[in-house]
Design a binder for this molecule. Structure first.
Ligand code: EPS
Length: 376
């Protein structure tokens, strides 16, 4: 499978084209709009998000509410479409502005600004919403939450299998399942708002019900951990990706952080299991049957209301970066985008490994494999 996105932040709209998606999966505009509205929320988003309606239109690839195997094209109109766009000559530190202007031989950074905008991540969420419909058929679920905003970090261990967790995450304006930490996170975002500054943080993704053996140790470009890292790192503003307790493990003895293998015929969902999950559910580029855990480190948004020093590309004089409306913190939205990218990678890998053009074929091969794993 692959997906392609097109569109600029203040252009007419965004287009997503999905190729290679199996036939027979039910899909509606509403399924996608729910995910789009999750991306739009989050304490710290700017005014733009209240302007956009985030209602997509499916143009092709569906018949009677089910995919038909042909390319799926989805349009998301921009309410804030601006026909006339003035040139911009002052790049923001941390954005694509300057390297993009040099690359495209221009002093006017408008074209770069418009395409490098995080508006494009709405397309990721659209593709991810479609991938999630596929994963749902296989009972695979992805949950995300905010682990940190700036220096405020959720230190508790989260039992993601607890069914109350999702409600706690959804009820928190910063998508953090602990009330006290949520309040502290909101307080530090308020501090950034007051100072005209911005904040980054860490989102965490957890995949449940994924069997062992998805992915491969055979080739560097097919390893699941590598594919996940690329997909998460490709989200604008993500500057670090961690699988499981990657950085913590690097500071410890192997005997403390390698997940001991256990066996119990009655253990659910599989007889081979681990009591710890430092590996984040991946060993040798493959799932090991434990939940997949991935973290994305997000840098602070580059558009500051209290702008940083920069250089005017025409005069080459020192000046201040341009001040425009901006998000202050996008970490809660980045978690939703991370879910989408992870859903895409997993759906793609499963389709590659279990083959077939229709959901029925894939499901039947997948359940045969589950039966085998459960019989061990
Ligand atoms: C963005 C700047 C802001 C954000 C935008 C990304 O938009 P605007 O310049 O229109 O105020 O809100 O994010 C989105 C539009 C979105 O859908 O997430 C930027 O410069 O990257």
């Amino acid at each position: 499978m692959r997906f392609l996105t097109a569109g600029e932040s203040h252009g007419r709209g965004l287009v997503t084209i999905i190729e290679g998606f199996p036939k027979g999966v039910s899909l509606s505009e509403e399924d996608i709009n729910i995910e789009l509205s999750r991306r739009r929320q989050g304490y710290g988003r700017g005014k733009r998000m209240s302007i956009e309606s985030e209602k997509c239109e499916i143009y092709s690839g569906l018949r009677n509410g089910k995919t038909i195997g042909s390319p799926i094209s989805i349009v998301l109109p921009n309410v804030d479409w601006q026909k006339e766009q003035s040139p911009i000559y002052i790049p923001r530190p941390g954005h694509a502005d300057l390297p993009g202007a040099i690359k495209y031989h221009t002093n006017d950074i408008r074209d770069i600004w418009e395409r490098a905008s995080a508006r494009e991540t709405a397309c990721r969420v659209i593709a991810g919403a479609v991938a999630k419909k596929f994963l749902k058929e296989l009972n695979i679920k992805i949950i995300s939450f905010t682990r940190a905003i700036g220096p405020i970090r959720l230190e508790l261990d989260i039992d993601i299998r607890n069914s109350d967790i999702e409600k706690l995450i959804d009820d928190s304006p910063v998508r953090c399942p602990d009330n006290k930490t949520s309040e502290d996170m909101i307080r530090i975002i308020d501090e950034a708002i007051e100072k005209g500054d911005t904040l980054g943080g860490i989102f965490e993704l957890v995949v449940l019900n994924i069997p062992p053996g998805i992915g491969t140790y055979m080739h560097w470009d097919k390893r699941l951990d590598g594919l996940i890292a690329q997909a998460i790192m490709s989200i604008p503003s993500v500057k670090g990706v961690e699988i499981g307790s990657g950085f913590y493990s690097s500071e410890n003895f192997g005997s403390n952080v390698l997940d001991i293998i256990k066996y119990n015929k009655n253990h659910s969902p599989w007889s081979f299991y681990r009591e710890t999950n430092f590996a984040g559910g991946i060993e040798g580029g493959m799932t090991n049957g434990e939940p997949i855990v991935v973290r994305g480190a997000v840098k602070p948004v580059p558009t500051l209301r209290n702008p940083l020093p920069s250089i005017d590309l025409i005069s080459k004089e020192e000046t201040k970066a341009i001040v425009l409306r901006s998000d202050v913190c996008i970490v809660p939205s980045a978690g939703v985008i991370g879910e989408a990218m992870l859903a895409w990678v997993l759906a793609d890998k499963i389709i590659e490994e279990f083959g077939g053009n229709t959901i029925e074929e894939i499901k039947s091969r997948f359940s045969q494999y589950l039966e085998y794993v459960r019989s061990l």
